[in-house]
Design a protein around this ligand. Structure first.
Ligand SMILES: [Mn+2]
Length: 267
C-alpha cells in the first residue's frame, strides 16, 4: 500500500485522472490524501466531487476555503455570484445533498501519528501544537457538521481577528481557526495574519514571514503537507511541503508519495 498526496484540484478533473494514472493509483490498496480546495474556478467541479465521493474509502481530504464556500452557498438562499458559476452544476445536481453532507463530514486537519505527518489546506498556526490543532479542528467540525452550521457560515467571511487569543467569543474564535487552517500564508513577526500578500516568499521584500518560517513554530518536528499557496507552487523544505501547483491557473496538478516528499510528480 502507498499513500499519495495531491494538491488543490479546483475542478481540474482531467488532470486529476491523468495524475492518478501516472502514479498508478490503485483505489483497492492505496490511499490518497488531498489538501482541499477540491472545487471552484476550474471546469469540472461536479465531476471531481462525484469521483472522489465514489472512492471515499481510499481518500482522506481536508477542507479548503473554496470547499467551505461551496458548503456556505449550499446552506444559504443567497443568489450565486458570477465568480461562483463553476459551482452551479453541484448546487443544481440531484446529488447535491449527498455531496454537501459528505464535504461537511470532512475535517480541517488530518494527523497520521505513525508517519508523524499532518495534512491541512493552508497551514498550522505557529503557536499551536499538533494536539491543540486537532482539538481546534474537532471543535470546528462539530460546528460545520451540526445544527450551528448554517449560522456559522453566514458569519464566516471576515479577516478579523487576525491574532490568536484563546479566550475570545465563540464567533471570533471560530473565524480565526478557520482562517488559520484554510487561508493563512504570511504573518507579521508578532504573529498577526496578513490576508493581502499572496506572492512567493522567495521574492518577497516585505517584513512578513510565511507561517512555516516563524522561529518558534511548535510543529517543527512533524511533516506538514499543505496547499492553498499557488505562488509557492511545489515547495519542499524543513518538514513542510506545499503541493499547490496552480493547476486551475494553467499550472500543474502535483502529487507526492508521502514517503518521498522531495519528489514532485506533475500532470
Ligand atoms: Mn485555498
Amino acid at each position: 500500500m502507498s499513500i499519495y498526496a495531491i494538491g488543490d484540484i479546483q475542478g481540474c478533473y482531467e488532470e486529476l485522472r491523468r495524475l492518478l494514472e501516472k502514479i498508478e493509483f490503485d483505489e483497492s490498496k492505496d490511499q490518497l490524501w488531498l489538501t482541499g480546495d477540491l472545487v471552484n474556478r476550474g471546469p469540472k467541479s461536479l465531476e471531481v466531487l462525484n469521483y472522489l465521493y465514489s472512492i471515499d474509502q481510499s481518500i482522506i481530504t481536508v477542507l479548503g476555503n473554496h470547499d467551505l464556500h461551496l458548503i456556505a452557498l449550499a446552506l444559504s438562499d443567497n443568489k450565486i455570484k458570477s465568480t461562483d458559476e463553476s459551482l452551479k452544476p453541484i448546487l443544481e445536481s440531484k446529488d447535491k445533498i449527498n455531496l454537501i453532507e459528505w464535504l461537511r463530514s470532512k475535517p480541517l486537519i488530518h494527523f497520521d501519528q505513525k508517519l508523524n505527518t499532518v495534512l491541512v489546506h493552508a497551514g498550522i498556526h505557529p503557536n499551536w501544537s499538533i494536539k491543540e490543532s486537532l482539538q481546534y479542528s474537532n471543535e470546528m467540525s462539530s460546528i460545520i457538521k451540526g445544527q450551528e452550521g448554517p449560522n456559522f457560515f453566514k458569519n464566516m467571511y471576515t479577516n478579523t481577528p487576525n491574532k490568536w487569543i484563546n479566550q475570545v467569543n465563540r464567533i471570533d474564535r471560530s473565524n480565526f481557526i478557520i482562517n488559520a487552517f484554510t487561508r493563512m500564508r504570511f504573518m507579521s513577526k508578532d504573529i498577526e495574519l496578513d490576508f493581502n500578500e499572496k506572492g512567493s516568499p522567495i521574492d518577497s521584500t516585505s517584513n512578513l514571514l510565511p507561517w512555516f518560517s516563524h522561529p518558534n513554530r511548535k510543529t517543527i518536528e512533524s511533516l506538514i503537507v499543505f496547499g492553498h499557496w499557488s505562488a509557492l507552487n511545489y515547495y519542499h523544505d524543513q518538514n513542510i511541503v506545499c503541493l499547490d501547483g496552480g493547476c486551475v491557473w494553467g499550472g500543474d496538478l502535483i502529487a507526492i508519495n508521502i514517503m518521498h516528499p522531495e519528489i514532485a510528480i506533475k500532470a
